[in-house]
Design a protein around this ligand. Structure first.
Ligand SMILES: [Zn+2]
Length: 160
């Protein structure tokens, strides 16, 4: 079964804060949403001292592990970062690679796009950066298992 999830996150702009933070959080929420497993606030509460300062990439890795445990395979994620500045284009390829590695998929299956808020509102004034993401996952038996099963039935399988 194919399932989708959506995520949104916003962070105040702060010196030295990593650009990848918001987009990773939005993707983690989208992944959790796709398997109906709540949100990152539930899984990584900011009141839990043991995970204080946990990196957003670590969160992505742990969420991916949870998906795997639930037999969910990530097909793709797509994210948009909304920021007035800095210019994100030079960083996009690196962000895609880091996110893809954390989730365990090809970076060609990770979309990261950037747009501005046309100077409107708090984001437009450069007070923060927002990110939204969608994730598509396949839940249930993976393809290899299906192929194997059809093989056991004498190779009968419907054309795809
Ligand atoms: Zn966040």
């Amino acid at each position: 079964m194919i399932r989708c999830g959506i995520g949104y996150d916003v962070h105040r702009l702060a010196e030295g804060r990593k650009l990848i933070l918001g987009v990773s959080h939005a993707i983690a929420d989208a992944l959790l949403g796709a398997i109906g497993a709540g949100d990152i606030g539930q899984h990584f509460p900011n009141t839990d001292e043991s995970i204080r300062g946990i990196s957003s990439i670590q969160i992505l890795k742990q969420v991916s592990k949870l998906l795997a445990e639930n037999k969910a395979r990530v097909l793709n994620v797509d994210a948009t970062i909304i920021a007035e500045e800095p210019k994100l284009v030079p960083h996009i390829a690196a962000m895609r690679k880091i996110i893809a590695d954390a989730i365990g998929i090809l970076d060609s299956n990770v979309g990261v796009k950037a747009t501005t808020n046309e100077k409107l509102g708090a984001i437009g004034r450069g007070e923060g950066i927002a990110a939204m993401a969608v994730a598509t996952v396949e839940v249930g038996r993976d393809r290899r298992a299906r192929r194997k099963r059809s093989g056991q039935l004498g190779g009968l399988s419907l054309p795809r």
